[in-house]
Design a protein around this ligand. Structure first.
Ligand SMILES: [Zn+2]
Length: 312
């Protein structure tokens, strides 16, 4: 049935699912494989979700969903029926934070380009793509019971909340890093302002061992901050706490694998891709810990409106 404009005006348009308005493209080298790829974002119909398609393999679909998580050592990789797709987290962080519900990500190789190591180039791509509302209500995955994963002094948990909120704590014994913590409600504006420009990083001492493992073949001073014993090779930093911010960006990119917008509060303490994706799997497997709702998160209303309501 076709929705008439009259019917639509009864729905708050921010409750509607979205996709992108037009196709956009970028290309670049993969951080770990060193393989060059072309990446094209295309609009997708309602209830498609975020779906990668390997354009070099007859557009084989790999849904950005916890059930397709494969390897999670230094990046998050998805795999379905033996078809692999690597380093999904920065692109997914941008798409998920921008509230894009449905999108095809067509890519002609095994790994998403690293570009400058942050999510900013993907934000620019999404800006160029624009957003389009679809005539279908958005559904949220609302956390109703805590779920936690603890491992060797690292921990991550997700707790009930009326909005999507993250708190991310890192602690690296390095003069430029130390203890850093980011806490924020995740929405397009906060992601753009606080996290999107934070770049990936590695320690100089890890470069040779990582190369020996067949990783970071596409790594360079243009796409990662390299920390030396006392400082960094390629300053300046974009933010004094760029490392903590990047870890929060990675966390959001991995949480996108829940498959729906989240209403919940995530706390990560010295976590990483492995713990992030374990949390997603554990959450999805525990059907008593969440419900699907079409309710709007409270925080999408302006704060003045909320306090005015509270004062009534
Ligand atoms: Zn990252």
């Amino acid at each position: 049935m076709q929705s008439t404009p009259l019917m639509l005006c009864f729905l708050c348009t921010s409750m509607l699912q979205t996709t992108i308005l037009r196709e956009v493209e970028t290309k670049g080298v993969g951080l770990h494989t060193g393989v060059h790829s072309r990446l094209r974002l295309r609009p997708a119909p309602a209830d498609t979700g975020i779906v990668f398609r390997r354009s070099d393999l007859d557009y084989f679909c790999i849904e950005a969903h916890g059930r397709n998580v494969a390897r999670v050592s230094y990046a998050t990789s998805l795999m379905k029926q033996g078809v692999l797709l690597s380093t999904t987290e920065h692109l997914l962080a941008a798409i998920y934070s921008c509230g894009i519900d449905n999108i095809y990500i067509d890519i002609d190789a095994i790994e998403v380009p690293i570009l400058d190591g942050s999510a900013e180039p993907f934000m620019q791509l999404l800006d160029n793509a624009g957003t389009r509302k679809l005539r279908r209500k958005r559904r949220y995955l609302k956390v109703i019971k805590p779920v936690e994963v603890v491992e060797d002094g690292r921990r991550i948990g997700i707790y009930p909340a009326d909005e999507f909120r993250v708190r991310c704590y890192v602690d690296f014994a390095h003069p430029l890093v130390g203890q850093q913590e980011v806490e924020m409600e995740v929405n397009p504006a906060s992601f753009r302002q606080v996290l999107s420009r934070a770049r990936t990083f590695c320690f100089e001492s890890d470069i040779e061992p990582l190369r020996a493992m067949g990783l970071i073949r596409g790594g360079s001073l243009d796409n990662a901050i390299v920390l030396t014993r006392e400082g960094m090779m390629n300053g300046p930093l974009r933010y004094a706490d760029e490392f903590g911010r990047h870890k929060a960006l990675d966390l959001i990119g991995d949480l996108a694998l829940v498959g729906l917008p989240l209403l919940g509060h995530v706390e990560a303490r010295k976590a990483g891709h492995s713990l992030h994706t374990q949390l997603v799997s554990r959450l999805l497997a525990d059907r008593s810990s969440w419900e699907i709702t079409a309710h709007e998160p409270l925080e999408e209303a302006p704060r003045e409106l909320i306090s005015a309501r509270a004062a009534d």
